[in-house]
Design a protein around this ligand. Sequence first.
Ligand SMILES: Cc1cc2nc3c(=O)[nH]c(=O)nc-3n(C[C@H](O)[C@H](O)[C@H](O)COP(=O)(O)OP(=O)(O)OC[C@H]3O[C@@H](n4cnc5c(N)ncnc54)[C@H](O)[C@@H]3O)c2cc1C
Length: 189
Amino acid sequence: MSTPHYDCIIVGTGPAGASAAYYLAKGGYSILMLDKETLPRYKPCGGGVSPIVQQWFDFDFSPAISLKISVNRYTWKKQDPFEVSLNTQEPIWMVRRDVFDRFLVQQGQQQGAQLKDSTLVTGIEQQSEQILVKTSRGNYKGRYLIAADGGKGPLATWLGFKDRKRMLAGALEAEFPIVSESNGTTDSF
Ligand SMILES: Cc1cc2nc3c(=O)[nH]c(=O)nc-3n(C[C@H](O)[C@H](O)[C@H](O)COP(=O)(O)OP(=O)(O)OC[C@H]3O[C@@H](n4cnc5c(N)ncnc54)[C@H](O)[C@@H]3O)c2cc1C
């Protein structure tokens, strides 16, 4: 069986890969998005996104925004709250990465980009005019390759970039109830 061929193969379906997929597919190019995770995938993240992002896209991000905030509240052991008003023209978006990232991927799919998740990229090989991308679920060929596999992905090393300096840090994400001051309802974020 011949190897499926695309104009561009994008490794990684985070915001970088999904945005690239959207615009390239919209421009009429055949696009394959690959991700080792099964979408929607959880990702620890503060979830703060500047609303300025909207001006770079021609679709509405509202379905992917959990909350808009203009005040940050810091506490120590949930006591002694200290509130800081954010000095921005518009409230900051708060997003859940599983929802936000998948929303972006879906925009690309609607433009014709193909998605193969649960597909680990295991190697790449330059072959004259194209790149062979080897995965846990078969091989694909692309005229171009976009390495959007994030800070921990292997492509930068495979492409010959120098070793990155890595610093490990712990991150803990927890949900707790918030009470809306306007209507007294409880939600969690
Ligand atoms: C604790 C924490 C909090 C953060 N908080 C914020 C915040 O509040 N606001 C903000 O804007 N940014 C925040 N960030 C940064 C943000 O998460 C990154 O900038 C963003 O995710 C980068 O997007 P990306 O598309 O480049 O890569 P990623 O989102 O990392 O996506 C890379 C994708 O590539 C896939 N992949 C990797 N290797 C392979 C492989 N071999 N084969 C196939 N797929 C592969 C991964 O599964 C992943 O889905 C935070 C980061 C951390 C760690």
